[in-house]
Ligand binder design. Structure first.
Ligand SMILES: [Zn+2]
Length: 86
């Protein structure tokens, strides 16, 4: 269960609002010294209504795709734009 309130902007003392629901976060890793895609999570883009600072939160409990799965590259292509986390 997620918390009934969203994260709070410390500077503005306001709850972040959901700017965009259902964005994809791409967890990155390093394979042989090179950055590589690792896991995909459903997530939300949050924005402070006052200062406009953006964060990603609201992650699903589990990744919906992982690098070792056969169709991972296919899913990654289908998803299109992702928010990367290195
Ligand atoms: Zn703010």
């Amino acid at each position: 269960m997620s918390s009934p309130i969203r994260p709070i902007c410390v500077k503005c003392q306001k709850e972040y609002k959901v700017e965009k629901q259902g964005v994809t976060t791409e967890l990155m890793t390093t394979f042989s010294g090179k950055p590589a895609s690792f896991k995909l999570y459903d997530s939300d883009l949050w924005e402070c209504p006052v200062c406009g600072h953006q964060i990603i939160g609201g992650f699903g409990q589990r990744p919906f795709a992982q690098h070792f799965e056969e169709n991972y590259e296919e899913i990654l292509k289908k998803v299109g734009e992702t928010y990367k986390c290195y």
